[in-house]
Design a protein around this ligand. Structure first.
Ligand code: NDP
Ligand code: 8X3
Length: 259
């Protein structure tokens, strides 16, 4: 087993959902946690909670992963005791709408591509050279079943998650011969703020996504990420696909009628 005590774990998109659950799960293992997202107020609250509950050091900073110079600066200017990142969880991501491609919103496309693909690339590019220099590290990318199969209206979001899958595979090849591991966790439906963001704050529409079924909890995904990170160094968990029992594919779910 790989012991996470004192390891430095950098989590993007830690202000909500899966990223927040990952922060708690890695802190519970005794890891030191770097929290990044745009909503610093939330990160500060989480930081206090993690320090109090788990007694681990936490450093929180505001970061928009779409801004390459800011990403590079944030990583370059980390205090010396935080520089040697052991585990990077590339989690920050979002979806916007379910429009047909021929009716799609170009700004929505840009936002998804800039965040889910380019943001992941910028953070990886900033963090990986240190891992390669030190000869150790682990990158855990949060993909999706949307990176394995498409669904109507999923077009650009699915394309970004297909890209994440390609980047995870390609990175594993590029790092072959180093001790650095690359894993991806691809969940089906997880109840987070994801649908609220997809539908721009329409809480009723977001609620309907999970109506009549039991989705995954963000903690389930965090547990899978910790599983990847705690395998012995000889084991690289390449990919975990995690489905709710009530969901067989992106398009096929079992919903109980309202009683
Ligand atoms: P949430 O909306 O709950 O969380 C998304 C997180 O990403 C937030 O912390 C948000 O923080 C952060 N984020 C978004 N844009 C940026 C940005 N430009 N820079 C930095 N941080 C950003 O959704 P989830 O927890 O569900 O999503 C996390 C990941 O899981 C995403 O990559 C998503 O695609 C993936 N996923 C989700 C599934 C689901 O059903 N929920 C299923 C499969 C995969 P802030 O707004 O403060 O910046
Ligand atoms: C999020 C899951 O099915 O909404 O990646 O695309 S789905």
């Amino acid at each position: 087993m790989t012991n996470l005590l004192g390891k430095i774990v950098f989590i993007t998109g830690a202000s909500s959902g899966i990223g927040l659950a990952c922060a708690r799960a890695f802190a519970a293992q005794g890891a030191k946690i770097l929290l990044a997202a745009r909503r610093l107020d939330r990160l500060r609250t989480l930081s206090g909670e993690l320090e109090k509950t788990f007694g681990v050091p936490v450093l929180a900073f505001s970061l928009d992963v779409r801004n390459q110079p800011d990403v590079e600066r944030a990583v370059r200017e980390l205090p010396p005791e935080w520089e040697a990142i052991d585990i990077l969880v590339n989690n920050a991501g979002l979806s916007r709408g379910l429009d047909k491609l021929h009716e799609g919103s170009v700004p929505d496309w840009e936002e998804m591509i800039d965040t889910n693909v380019k943001g992941l690339l910028y953070v990886s590019r900033a963090v990986l050279p240190g891992m390669v220099r030190r000869g150790s590290g682990h990158v855990i990318n949060i993909g999706s079943i949307a990176g394995q199969e498409t669904y109507p209206g999923g077009n650009v979001y699915c394309a970004t998650k297909f890209a994440v899958r390609a980047l995870s595979q390609g990175l594993r090849m590029d790092l072959l011969g180093t001790a650095i591991r690359v894993s991806s966790v691809d969940p089906g439906m997880v109840e987070t703020e994801f649908s609220l963001v997809r539908y721009r704050g329409d809480a009723e529409r977001a609620r309907k996504v999970y109506e009549g079924l039991t989705p995954l909890l963000p903690e389930d995904v965090a547990e899978a990420a910790v599983f990847c990170a705690t395998r012995p160094p000889r084991v690289d968990v390449a990919n975990i696909v995690l489905m709710p029992t009530d969901q067989a594919s992106a398009l096929l779910s079992s919903r109980r009628p309202k009683s």
